[in-house]
Ligand binder design. Structure first.
Ligand code: PHE
Length: 423
């Protein structure tokens, strides 16, 4: 814009006698010619006479150049002028921000630290008069309280424990992780060749590998029922070995504990009906994956009474599981060496939109109960399930290693909401 606006350049390029369009175009260049001719015509500085361009006035004032010079010198011009120049792209808007710093009312040359507390020393020395005190920040958060938190499994265990107690169950003593094969398998009428008695499925002990303490009378009866049957059964017809029964192992199910309890019950002079439960650890020599660990917690319920039927079992299971929040149940015939009939329990999970297996159940066989000495009309209904499974479903955990073992995140335990079953 040093030379002037396009219209002024256009005007000055026209000699007094006029000039042809094409010559002018060549002289000015196409851009200046186009813009300049339009603006000069609008200002009525020029006229077109056929091919000729002529001056209409003697001289012109290059308003635009003047304006730009004024703007450049920092003068204020009207908004309309600014908009006009902007539209013609002769100016662009630029913004500068500036700050001016000066001393404020709290200015001091040396910084004083505000006291957080009024102390005895302030009062004794009297300096509290000049002392500045920090204001209380009532919005500040208190430090997190350092307390222990229950592991999610323990929270769910307590809830399930409460359900059993409400239903009139007594807790069984489960403080023996080490059990003999006799109580874990033989007393449950599980044959000695049964695949689960293989070391692939069961952890056997190397030290203290045998138990010395088995009830001799009862052991004889168990041996007999395995070998020859009795009580209306044919037995398995094999050579039962005491050595096999003496082998110590880590219990594979808490049904070993139920068996001990039922045996103790059978030794009483007069029979009393009982409802027992337990929730404790069991061990299986399984390949560990996202849903299996080599140790887990088993929930077990047992009812022992005269004349119990499969209908009683189904009724109790429906009651128990509905208290756990599972009211849609289905039962599937299954096989356990110690129960007949046996049923797997499935529950419809609304979140997962499918039937999930939630437990196993059955009526203990006469081959198991009668050698103990329980009266013939006494039946036992029982069921078992893992504690991990419902906990994982409740808390939305898909990998069991996030729930149990060395990979558990303490924050998960800390931040897990309290457990509310059955809602
Ligand atoms: N002991 C069974 C298991 O380990 C569960 C069960 C308990 C089945 C009682 C029937 C009766 O899966």
């Amino acid at each position: 814009m040093v030379n002037g606006s396009p219209e002024a350049l256009f005007f000055s390029a026209i000699p007094p006698e006029g000039i042809s369009r094409n010559t002018l175009k060549e002289k000015l260049g196409i851009e200046t010619f186009d813009i300049g001719s339009k603006a000069a015509a609008k200002n009525k500085w020029i006229a077109f006479d056929k091919d000729l361009v002529k001056r209409k006035v003697e001289s012109v004032e290059d308003e635009v150049k003047n304006l730009l010079t004024r703007i450049n010198n920092g003068e204020v011009v009207s908004d309309q002028v600014i908009n006009d120049l902007k539209r013609r792209k002769l100016i662009v808007k630029q913004t500068w921000k500036g700050y001016s710093l000066k001393r404020g009312p709290k200015y001091v040359s040396k910084r004083k630290k505000a006291a957080t507390d009024l102390t005895r020393e302030h009062i004794v020395s009297g300096d509290w008069k000049n002392q500045e005190f920090k204001e209380y920040n009532v919005n500040a958060e208190a430090p997190a309280i350092q307390v222990g938190y229950l592991h999610s499994l323990l929270e769910v265990r307590e809830e399930i424990q409460n359900i059993f107690l409400q239903m009139g169950f007594e807790e069984m003593p489960t403080n023996n992780f080490v059990e003999s094969s006799f109580w874990n398998f033989d007393a449950l009428f599980q044959p000695q060749q049964h695949p689960t008695r293989d070391s692939h499925d069961t952890f056997f002990l190397e030290t203290a590998d045998r138990t010395k303490d088995l009830p001799e009378d009862y052991l004889e009866k168990v041996k007999r029922v395995h070998e020859f049957g009795g009580y209306g059964s044919k037995g398995y017809g094999y050579d039962w070995k005491r050595d096999e029964a003496e082998k110590n192992l880590l219990r594979t199910h808490t049904t070993a504990v139920s068996t001990r309890m039922l045996y103790a019950l059978a030794q009483q002079e007069t029979f009393t009906p009982k409802r027992y439960y337990s929730i404790d650890r069991v061990f299986r020599n399984e390949a560990v994956d996202r849903t299996h660990l080599a140790e887990f917690h088993q929930i077990e319920g047992v009812i022992c009474d005269r004349g119990l039927t499969l209908g009683d079992l189904i009724g109790v299971l429906e009651d128990f599981f509905s208290r756990l929040g599972m009211s849609k149940l289905r039962f599937k015939p299954a096989y356990n060496p110690y129960t007949e009939p046996s049923m797997e329990i499935f529950s419809y999970h609304d979140g997962l939109q499918k039937w999930v297996e939630v437990g196993n159940s059955g009526m203990f066989r006469p081959e198991m109960l009668l050698p103990m000495g329980l009266p013939e009309d006494v039946n036992v209904i029982a069921w078992g399930l893992s504690l991990e499974r419902p906990t994982m479903i409740l808390y939305g955990i898909s990998n069991i290693r996030d729930l149990f073992g060395p990979k558990v995140d303490f924050n998960l335990i800390k931040n897990n909401p309290i457990c509310r079953l059955g809602i």
